[in-house]
Design a protein around this ligand. Structure first.
Ligand code: ASP
Length: 464
């Protein structure tokens, strides 16, 4: 390991000779002197090679932006007139004594020492590892980590247990198309990638854990939509012996504390978060994710609200009935009788949390009774055979002492996007895909070698 001082700590080393390691951020050659800004993961510092360091000046002349260097120098205070107040290392300068080039760099396809948001996005995607060097992207990723760390600690502090659930599974009906993975050992069979850990978290309740959470990757094969990605991250949680009221309250408390701790400069418009029924939201705002901000130009204003009492079912484009949330959601006690007479009018114990006009997430109180679950599948026109085949394990599990339970899941990418004031979630995901689901850096999805495909026992004809 290189024995070095982090750039952020240089102000504690005034007058000392130190070694730093990082990248050349900017080089300004003034002939007799060369000014160099260096960057490591902790920040930036300005250095200068003075005329009397003739050998180092020679090295300095060969440096270009993004070269990787190890630099020895003395930490000097800046002359009064050059002090930049409020900027990291604005009060000091490195008097460079020696530079060792650890690696050279080609001229980068776009400048990474400035905001890259105006660079063509396909180019940024192809060189994502360079895009991520920019200060804005570094900051986005570091704030994302802070938010996730806060949520994890908060959940653990409240006795939730993080359980990892499978990625290779049999699919869960979250209303989207699933990604499929062919099985090699059972030719002709497929795994599905989880649209969410929904079934596993419910089964964790049957398993007696009572409080589950997970920072979970979810995969949905959806058509191109502005702020969607084929894979995204949710903070997913589930509780036994709970009520809608408790889940709303604990979610709300978690968000308030997160904002206070990670974004103390932001202001939450209204606490407790206002609650609207789905019917009220539709009537007043014409949608189920209302933007209730009093001032839409204030980048630090956070207007959370809840939308509750969603309908159980809706008509789909083929004229059939589909679940508004998912088929494991229970009906409101007052509306259970409607399931037999007028299911489309029945309201669900389902809720969404909304921030500044974006749906952050949602959840429901679940069905934990086999007969009720079968009734819902029947309304959804899932045949008895299909019920057994697809959800037999859930129906069976409900017969072995399943506790009443409910939960919620909130989208981490959207939360970070909104808190970082970014226009889309690609800006807060380290290695995102394009709107068409492509990874332009790696070139995924890709054609597989015929030997690999053959091993899977698959032959296919491509219809284009
Ligand atoms: N699994 C649901 C979703 O991803 C959330 C939940 O019901 O907890 O939308």
């Amino acid at each position: 390991m290189i024995n070095r001082t982090y750039i952020k700590d240089l102000n504690t080393k005034m007058g000392e000779v130190v070694t730093i390691a990082g990248w050349v951020d900017v080089r300004r050659d003034q002939g007799k002197m060369i000014f160099l800004d260096f960057r490591d993961m902790t920040g930036r510092v300005q250095g200068v090679i003075l005329p009397n360091y003739t050998e180092t000046l020679e090295v300095g002349k060969t440096l270009r932006g993004e070269f990787v260097v190890k630099v020895q120098g003395k930490v000097n205070p800046r002359p009064e007139r050059n002090v930049k107040a409020g900027v990291l290392n604005g009060e000091l300068e490195l008097e460079i004594q020696e530079i060792e080039i650890l690696n050279k760099a080609e001229t980068v396809p776009f400048a990474v020492n400035e905001d890259t948001s105006c660079i063509n996005e396909d180019v940024r995607m192809k060189y994502k590892y360079l895009d991520l060097r920019s200060e804005r992207m570094q900051n986005n990723m570091r704030m994302r980590d802070k938010i996730i760390t806060f949520f994890r600690a908060h959940m653990h502090g409240d006795d939730f247990l993080e359980i990892e659930t499978p990625i290779l599974m049999k699919g869960t009906p979250e209303g989207s198309r699933e990604y499929l993975v062919p099985s090699r050992l059972e030719v002709g069979k497929f795994y599905a990638l989880p649209q969410s850990p929904q079934q596993f978290k419910q089964l964790s309740m049957v398993a007696g854990f009572e409080k589950y959470f997970q920072v979970a990757r979810c995969m949905r094969d959806e058509d191109t939509r502005g702020d969607r990605q084929p894979e995204f991250t949710q903070l997913d949680y589930e509780l036994s012996f709970s009520t809608q009221e408790e889940i709303l309250n604990l979610t709300e408390e978690m968000f308030i504390k997160m904002v206070q701790s990670v974004y103390p400069n932001k202001k939450i418009q209204q606490i407790p978060f206002p609650r609207l029924t789905y019917a009220e939201s539709m009537e007043k705002y014409g949608n189920d994710k209302p933007d209730i901000r009093e001032n839409k130009n204030d980048p630090d204003l956070l207007a959370f609200c809840w939308v509750v009492d969603f309908p159980m079912f809706e008509k789909n484009s083929e004229g059939g009935v589909q679940a508004v949330h998912h088929p494991f959601t229970s009906a409101k006690d007052d509306d259970v009788h409607l399931l037999d007479t007028d299911p489309l009018s029945a309201r669900a114990n389902a809720y969404d949390i909304v921030l500044n006009g974006y749906e952050l997430g949602g959840g429901s109180i679940r069905i934990h009774d086999r007969e009720m679950q079968e009734k819902i599948f029947n309304i959804l026109n899932v045949s008895e055979d299909q019920q057994k085949l697809k959800f037999g394990h859930m129906l069976e599990a409900f017969t072995y002492g399943a506790p009443p339970h409910g939960g919620c899941a909130v989208g981490i990418d959207r939360i970070v996007m909104l808190l970082q004031n970014e226009p889309n979630i690609r800006e807060v995901i380290a290695f995102p895909k394009t709107g068409e689901g492509k990874d332009l850096m790696m070139g995924a999805p890709a054609e597989m070698g015929s030997a690999q495909v053959k091993e899977l026992g698959i032959t296919f004809k491509i219809d284009k």
